[in-house]
Design a binder for this molecule. Structure first.
Ligand code: PLP
Length: 442
C-alpha cells in the first residue's frame, strides 16, 4: 500500500500484466509490450533495449496523432503556459479564450460553412455527438422516424455504441455486437484506388441505397477517401461527391469522419477537399492537439444548428465533464499554428515520395497483394492475416515501431520525419511484411 515510485522495468511489466487492460487486450493481460521511457522528435526511447535498439523510429505517430513528433518545444511551451493559468474548468456557464480561439480557428479552416463547434474528448465521442446532432435535427423537424444511419462497409468510427453500429459489420472489430447494435444501412465498400476511375455501377449503387432508405435515414456517415482502422483502403473522391449529391437530392444529412484524415494526412488539410465537398457535420480528433492530449471536435453548419434549436428540446443535450478542456484547447491551437506556419504540404508530399520509393520492393515479396501510398500514409497489403508479433519483431529489429493489423503493415509517420528515417521506416515495413511466425527474419 506504499505509494509506488521509480519502478524498474521488470516491475512495470509485472504490474502491467497484473492490472492493466490494453486496447483490444485480454485480462489476465498476456501482452508483452515494450516499455517506453520517453519520446522526442520521431523517436521512442525504450526503458530496455530491444534487439539492440534503445530508440525506435516511430512509424505510427501514436495512432496517427503525433504529427509534429514528440516533445516539441513549441507545444511544450504552450502546455506550460496554459498549465500556469488553468488546466481545466467546467464549460457549463463558463468559457475561456483557448476554447474560443480553437473554435474560431477550426471554423475558419474547415470546408464551407461548418462554423459551429462542439468540443469533446475523444474521436468516438465526437462521432456520437455528430450522430446525436443528426437524429435531433430530424426529430426537431417533426421526422423522428429518420433515425437510421447509412455507411459503407469497411469503415471504422470508434468504439462507443452508435459509432460501433456504423463500423464494418463483418470483417471489422465489432462483429461481436452485431444484432445488439442499432441496425444501420450498409452500402458496399467503395472500390479501392484513390486515382482509379470511378465505377459507374458503384456510383449508382450509392445513389440507389440513399434513395431507397431516405425515408428512414438521418444521415450518411463515412470516412472520406481513406477507410482507416477498418482496413486502410483508399478510394476515389468521386464516391464522396456522389454521397453529397444523393444526400442533397433525397433529404439526408452527410457526416464526414475526418478523425484519421484531418490536418493534412492525405495531402489536403481535410480529405473532403479532394472531393470539393462540404458535409453537414464533420468530426476531427487524433492530430488535433498534435497527439499531446485527448481532444476531438464535431463541427456543423448553421442549417443543422438552427434545425436543432427549433425543436421541442432546443438544445443539444450533450455535455462531457472535460468539454472544451483549456489545456487541450491551447495545445490544439498551438498545434494548428505550428502546422500552418510550415509548408506542411511539401513535407507530406516528401514523406509520401519516400514511402513510395522505399515500399516499391515490397510489391515483389511473396504474399504481398498491393502497395499503396496516399499523402503520408503507406500500406502493404498481404494475402493473409499478419502475424502481429512476428511482424512487429521484424520491424523492431530494423529499429522501427509499427503496429500492423489484419492483412496489412502500414506506416503513418510524423510529418517531421526526415528522409533517412522515412527510408528506414519503409525498409522496416518491407521486413515486417515478409515476417512469418517462427521465420528466421522474425
Ligand atoms: N473515427 C476514425 C476514422 C478513427 O480512425 C478513429 C480511431 O482510430 C475514431 C473515429 C475513434 O477515435 P478515438 O479512438 O479517439 O475514440
Amino acid at each position: 500500500r506504499e505509494p509506488l515510485k521509480n519502478l524498474d522495468t521488470e516491475s512495470v511489466l509485472a504490474l502491467d500484466r497484473q492490472h492493466v487492460w490494453h486496447p483490444y487486450g485480454p485480462m489476465p493481460n498476456t501482452a508483452e509490450p515494450l516499455v517506453v521511457e520517453s519520446a522526442s522528435g520521431v523517436r521512442l526511447r525504450l526503458a530496455k533495449p530491444a534487439y539492440g535498439h534503445r530508440e525506435l523510429v516511430d512509424a505510427m505517430s501514436s495512432w496517427w496523432s503525433a504529427i509534429h513528433g514528440y516533445n516539441h518545444p513549441v507545444l511544450n511551451e504552450a502546455a506550460h503556459d496554459q498549465l500556469g493559468r488553468m488546466s481545466h474548468v467546467m464549460f457549463g456557464g463558463l468559457t475561456h479564450e483557448p476554447a474560443v480561439r480553437l473554435a474560431k480557428r477550426l471554423a475558419d479552416l474547415a470546408p464551407g460553412d461548418l462554423e459551429h463547434v462542439f468540443l469533446s474528448d475523444s474521436g468516438s465521442v465526437s462521432v456520437e455527438v455528430a450522430i446525436k446532432m443528426c437524429l435531433q435535427y430530424w426529430r426537431s423537424a417533426g421526422r423522428p422516424e429518420k433515425r437510421r444511419l447509412m455507411t459503407w462497409r469497411g469503415g471504422y468510427h470508434g468504439d462507443t455504441w452508435q459509432p460501433m453500429s456504423v463500423c464494418d459489420p463483418e470483417g471489422g472489430m465489432h462483429h461481436l455486437w452485431s444484432g445488439a447494435l442499432p441496425p444501420q444501412v450498409f452500402a458496399d465498400a467503395p472500390p479501392s484506388g484513390f486515382e482509379a476511375e470511378p465505377d459507374e455501377g458503384y456510383l449508382a449503387h450509392l445513389h440507389d441505397t440513399v434513395e431507397r432508405h431516405a425515408h428512414e435515414l438521418a444521415a450518411v456517415v463515412v470516412e472520406p477517401v481513406v477507410q482507416g482502422a477498418g482496413g486502410m483502403r483508399f478510394h476515389s473522391p468521386a464516391y464522396v461527391r456522389a454521397l453529397r449529391e444523393a444526400c442533397d437530392a433525397h433529404g439526408v444529412l452527410l457526416v464526414l469522419d475526418e478523425i484519421a484524415t484531418g490536418f493534412g494526412r492525405t495531402g489536403e488539410l481535410f480529405a473532403a477537399e479532394h472531393a470539393g465537398v462540404t458535409p453537414d457535420v464533420m468530426c476531427v480528433g487524433k492530430a488535433l492537439t498534435g497527439g499531446y492530449v485527448s481532444m476531438a471536435a464535431t463541427l456543423c453548419t448553421p442549417r443543422v444548428a438552427r434545425g436543432i434549436s427549433r425543436g421541442e428540446v432546443p438544445v443539444l443535450a450533450h455535455g462531457p465533464t472535460f468539454m472544451g478542456n483549456p489545456l487541450a484547447s491551447a495545445l490544439a491551437c498551438a498545434s494548428l499554428d505550428l502546422l500552418l506556419s510550415q509548408d506542411w504540404r511539401a513535407r507530406v508530399r516528401r514523406i509520401g515520395d519516400g514511402l513510395r520509393a522505399g515500399l516499391a520492393p515490397a510489391a515483389a515479396l511473396p504474399g504481398v497483394v498491393d502497395v499503396s501510398v496516399l499523402g503520408a500514409i503507406g500500406v502493404v497489403r498481404l494475402d493473409h492475416e499478419v502475424d502481429v508479433a512476428a511482424a512487429t519483431r521484424a520491424a523492431v529489429r530494423a529499429g522501427v515501431w509499427v503496429r500492423p493489423f489484419r492483412d496489412m503493415v502500414y506506416a503513418m509517420p510524423p510529418y517531421v520525419t526526415g528522409d533517412a528515417d522515412v527510408a528506414r521506416i519503409a525498409a522496416a515495413v518491407c521486413a515486417a511484411s515478409s515476417a512469418r511466425a517462427g521465420s528466421a527474419r522474425a
